[in-house]
Design a protein around this ligand. Structure first.
Ligand code: FMN
Length: 398
């Protein structure tokens, strides 16, 4: 049976990903900051919300289609920007973008995906680019490249003024300043050998993308010098490189957002707001949408679960911008709860990364199919004709 067919829900994909990946890579995906309290709370907050069905109605074909910033989507589940995506499977960012397009949704390429925007230039959209930059020169160059490569939307992530303290990565020796030196090679070597399928795929296809191809975002703007060790491109090296850029931090200020707005003609999305006030600031600066996000609990430990602040953000904005939410979305019913609270769509991170790690592009496609099936069933059981009919009256206490 193909691996993707063994994925019946996100938890299945997670189990299969754990089996497919070297431990340090699985932990990089799966882990969060410090005690992982915010990460756990994200999922708990969804479970605490109850739905309020309307029985004695018959819904034949609940509709999942809507629009996000004017783009029609068949499913309001977007694939969020994720770093080092090439490390999860050789299908990487390209496979992810293709799976998203087939499902009729948007994929977002991270600055530190390990794949340059140019590599996706000939892929039909819709595609958005997520910006990290240590300074305006780097930001300017990345925006030009993303625009020339046909990315329509720009997602500016504002919750990474410093890298979160991900202790699993620290323990595995892959946090921040890791370099491909003898010690780390010796430490991780046995993990790679224990996952020969992953290692072979990386050797066959992934490495050329992970290598130091000229002009990859990771090296753009000279933010990250060539590895002092002169080590060849490879999984460990890519991990170090991308993390280093983030380590250098992406401390966008309000002035920076206004400056970016002046340069990016397409839709601008500010990702990482957790209060009504910050959402209003983003709207004042010209954002077309905000993403209520705590980075999947990977950045500020102690940040609130996103579902505990979504209503505050929606109410503060009063429709001035669209609102998206991510962090902890694991079931179709979670998407329904987010939309009923007032989100236009959700983003997912780990769920599609687990699918990708487990079964490549087919795994990502399968995860989106699972979300679609779960949402369809939830709407039927709720007695709700479609996602655009959802509001707080479908929630208990709503
Ligand atoms: C492995 C991994 C790498 C990520 N890299 C980025 C990134 O490069 N840029 C970014 O804005 N968010 C990044 N995120 C955060 C996701 O875009 C998203 O906010 C988060 O994963 C949502 O939470 P979830 O994983 O619980 O769905 C990353 C998340 C993961 C799990």
């Amino acid at each position: 049976m193909p691996t993707a067919a063994r994925i019946h829900n996100v938890a299945d994909a997670r189990r299969l990903a754990r089996r497919a990946l070297p431990r340090a890579i699985f932990d990089y995906i799966d882990g969060g900051a410090e005690d992982e309290v915010t990460m756990a709370e994200n999922e708990r907050a969804f479970r605490e919300i109850a739905l309020r069905p309307r029985m004695m109605t018959k819904i034949d074909h609940p509709r999942l289609d809507t629009t996000v910033l004017g783009t029609p989507v068949a499913l309001p589940v977007l694939l969020g920007p994720c770093g080092l995506i090439q490390l999860m499977h050789g299908d990487g960012a390209l496979g992810t973008a293709r799976a998203a397009r087939r499902a009729g949704t948007v994929s977002v390429l991270s600055t530190v995906a390990g794949t340059p925007p140019e590599a996706l230039a000939s892929e039909p959209g819709p595609r958005w680019f997520q910006l990290y930059a240590a300074d305006r020169d780097v930001a300017d160059r990345l925006m030009s490249r993303a625009s020339a490569s046909g990315f329509e939307g720009l997602v500016v992530t504002v919750d990474t003024p410093a890298l979160g303290n991900r202790e699993r990565d620290v323990r595995n020796g892959v946090a921040g300043s890791l370099k491909l030196d003898l010690r780390s090679a010796i430490r991780l070597g046995p993990q790679f050998l224990a996952r020969p399928g992953w290692s072979l795929r990386m050797l066959r296809g992934g490495m050329k993308l992970l290598g130091r191809a000229p002009g990859t975002p990771v090296t753009d703007g000279g933010t990250e010098p060539d590895s002092p060790e002169g080590a060849p491109g490879g999984p460990v090296n890519a991990l170090a490189s991308a993390e280093q850029v983030v380590m250098l931090a992406s401390p966008f200020t309000r002035d920076d957002i206004a400056w970016i707005r002046g340069r990016w003609p397409g839709p601008l999305v500010v990702k990482g707001v957790l209060s009504g006030n910050d959402a209003l600031v983003a709207a004042d600066l010209g954002a077309d949408a905000v993403v209520v996000s705590n980075h999947g609990g990977r950045q500020l430990e102690g940040a609130p679960a996103t579902m505990r602040v979504l209503a505050e953000v929606v109410d503060a904005l009063r429709g001035r911008t669209e609102v998206l939410v991510d962090s902890g979305v694991r079931r179709g019913s979670d998407v329904i709860k987010a939309l009923a609270t007032g989100a236009r769509a959700v983003m997912i991170g780990r769920p599609f990364l687990y699918g990708l790690a487990a079964a490549g592009e087919a795994g990502v496609e399968r995860i989106l199919e699972v979300f679609s099936d779960e949402m369809t069933r939830t709407l039927s059981l709720l007695g709700c004709p479609g996602v655009t009919d959802l509001d707080r009256s479908w929630l208990r206490g709503g």
